[in-house]
Ligand binder design. Structure first.
Ligand code: ATP
Ligand code: MG
Length: 238
């Protein structure tokens, strides 16, 4: 069974009939890392919403075709079931952080999974060490910098330990040291067979990809050797 399977996916937002994604098809095996690259507005975030079930469950619009997460059809599987299998680090961390403190945000998903309190505490300790956010634990997420918010949003997803993770520009606001830390975490996730979809205009995560494609106006315009695609894109930015 494929970890992710996308079949003839077409999507248009309610506000505009023109499709933002046009007839996309691809699949990933468990443990694959896919790089999705493309210019601003090419449809990367919209694709990420389709891959995790936010579309069609939260956003109105017209979705044609199908997305399967570990064999489950996103259209017919409730979102709370999909979130057990797939996590997404949103491009805008403000949407992801809703609780009064960082610790509360980290605990939120684990409590919903009915994890025992002691285990929640241990998980939060481990994740904060991993991502280097120990000194932010008592802070209000609203008061953090963009990069700090990104690290916390990423930590909330890692805490849930999903088998598939989507990173939407998760390195975009990080300094070199934090980015190195997150890249090392991605590498480790790969070694433990986590499936990853990585959207990253910085190009820093390119060595992690097993597969890559370029999105242009919602279409896959370039397939082939990962190295060639990444090299061609980041040297010309076409
Ligand atoms: N909520 C929305 N309603 C209508 N159109 C939208 C909405 N969100 C995005 N779009 C349009 O969909 C297209 C793709 O947007 P998307 O956010 O998926 O691009 P992206 O590749 O993630 O861009 P970026 O690199 O800037 O993050 C854009 O033309 C955008 O204007
Ligand atoms: Mg985007």
């Amino acid at each position: 069974m494929k970890a992710l399977r996308v079949e003839n996916l077409t999507y248009s937002y309610a506000a505009n009939e023109k499709p933002v994604l046009a007839d996309l098809s691809f699949s990933l095996n468990q443990g694959d890392a896919l790089g999705v690259i493309g210019l601003n507005g090419s449809g990367k975030t919209t694709l990420s919403f389709c891959l995790c079930g936010i579309i069609p469950h939260y956003l109105r619009g017209t979705m044609k075709g199908s997305v399967y997460i570990n064999g489950k059809d996103t259209r017919t599987t409730p979102l709370h079931q999909l979130t057990l299998e797939i996590g997404i680090v949103l491009q805008d961390p403000n949407i992801q952080l809703l609780m009064p403190t960082v610790e509360d945000d980290l605990a939120f998903g684990l409590e919903n999974q009915n994890m025992p309190p002691q285990m929640i505490g241990e998980t939060i300790d481990r994740i904060c060490d991993l991502t280097g956010i120990n000194d932010l634990r008592k802070e209000n997420p609203n008061h953090l910098s963009g990069g700090e918010k990104q690290l916390v949003a990423l930590s909330t997803v890692l805490a849930m330990n999903p088998s598939i993770i989507i990173f939407d520009e998760s390195l975009s606001m990080l300094d070199d040291r934090a980015a190195e830390k997150i890249l090392a975490i991605m590498q480790k996730l790969k070694e433990t067979n986590t499936t990853m979809v990585i959207i990253d205009h910085t190009g820093k995560s390119r060595s992690i990809y097993d597969h890559a494609f370029v999105l242009k106006e919602g279409m896959i315009v370039n397939r082939g050797s990962t190295e060639e695609i990444v090299q061609a894109y980041f040297s010309s930015e076409v």
